[in-house]
Write a protein that binds this ligand. Structure first.
Ligand SMILES: Nc1ncnc2c1ncn2[C@@H]1O[C@H](COP(=O)(O)OP(=O)(O)OP(=O)(O)O)[C@@H](O)[C@H]1O
Length: 352
């Protein structure tokens, strides 16, 4: 297993900064996702690690060795792309053997390793098939096997599930994650899909404009986002502004609107100041009017979504998203109360 250190990485295309001073350590056997909107620099970061792009500044170390100037084939990486990039004129077994033949591995050893990796990705019965005779998910499993068969030190994946339909994508998430755990390989995974990053990763690195906005465990990024931009990119977020009525011992009492009840939450701000807090839609509870609540509002719309109902509720000038169980239903126009779970409200940095 290998540790990857990215130190003050900069990548410029002309005057444009695609990667702007990225520093990140990926531990032995860790699964780290680079998550961000299109153009934020995640693929460029991965390409610099793979050696497909030269770095403009900064260094990349594998287990303490500077590999910034090594050719891609000398970096000991396995790579999987969105387009499976399989050789169409070769069978599955041929595709898997190719990298080993290039490395002049002995024939017996190639046979053994190809058989092992086909079993690992559950494709043993497909050895003689050509890529065009496989489904998208199967082709991506071959691509994964081809990256792993060379037994690389690091696995790099760039949007590998983007071409698959939704159900297959869900299955492949678990498949890749289980496989990575079994093999124990240090993995960097690029995606713009926050669900994918959350379910698969040990750590999620959120990037905007070539910079890291937050690098933390999925739960931390979701529950304790470093900024409003992270809060909004990772899942849905209600951003509420309240007035601090009292403060002390690392907690503040916040009042939303003129009628809102006081909610006590962790934070430090002077009384009278305005504070923005994040409440995830599933952390807001709807109550019948008259029942104890923190605020009152009117249902603007509701959408049935299988196990849940997604409501939009007008509270004063704000619209609050609520992701609620189906047990109690409220019609459009209904008066409702909203109750926040103070333990789950998260104060955001910066002035309101
Ligand atoms: N070869 C290139 N020449 C010039 N600019 C480039 C090149 N490759 C990428 N860029 C620019 O660098 C920035 C980062 O691109 P990058 O592909 O890393 O983003 P990304 O987050 O992976 O986006 P996507 O999900 O769309 O691939 C973008 O503004 C892009 O236009």
């Amino acid at each position: 297993m290998t540790e990857v250190s990215i130190l003050s990485l900069v990548k410029r295309y002309g005057t444009a900064l695609a990667v702007n001073d990225v520093t990140l350590k990926v531990n032995h056997g860790e699964f780290v996702s680079l998550l961000g909107p299109s153009g934020c620099g995640k693929s460029t970061t991965l390409k610099c690690i793979a050696g497909f792009e030269t770095v403009s500044d900064g260094r990349i170390l594998f287990d303490g060795h500077d590999i910034s100037n090594r050719e891609p084939e000398d970096r000991d990486i396995g790579m999987v792309f969105q387009s499976y990039a399989l050789f169409p004129h070769m069978t599955v077994a041929g595709n898997l053997a190719f990298g080993l033949e290039m490395r002049r591995v002995a024939r017996d050893e190639i046979t053994r390793r190809v058989a092992d990796v086909m079993e690992l990705v559950q494709l043993s019965h497909y050895a003689g098939r050509y890529p065009r005779e496989l489904s998208g998910g199967q082709q991506q499993r071959v691509a994964l096997a081809r990256a792993l068969v060379i037994e690389p030190a690091i696995l790099l994946l760039d949007e590998p599930l983007a071409n698959l339909d939704a159900k297959l994508r869900d299955e492949m998430r678990t498949f890749i994650r289980d496989l990575q755990k079994r093999v124990g390989i240090t993995t960097l995974y690029v995606t713009h899909d926050q669900g994918e990053a959350m379910t698969m990763s040990d750590r999620v690195v959120v990037m905007f404009d070539g910079r890291i906005a937050q690098a933390a465990a999925p739960e931390d990024v979701y529950d304790r986002p470093a900024s409003e931009a992270v809060a909004r990119f990772v899942g849905n977020a209600n951003i509420l502004t309240g007035t601090v009525e009292a403060a002390g011992e690392g907690r503040v009492s916040l009042r939303f609107g003129s009628e809102g009840t006081l909610v006590s939450l962790p934070g430090a701000a002077a009384p009278g100041s305005r504070l923005r807090v994040m409440a995830r839609p599933e952390q807001v509870r709807l109550t019948a009017p008259g029942a104890e609540a923190d605020a009152s509002g009117t249902v603007v719309s509701h959408y049935f979504n299988g196990g849940f109902i997604d409501y939009r509720v007008r509270v004063g000038a704000d619209e609050i998203m609520v992701h609620a169980p189906t047990a109690h239903r409220f019609a459009d126009g209904a008066a409702v109360g909203l109750a926040f779970d103070p333990a789950r409200l998260w104060p955001l940095e910066g002035a309101a």
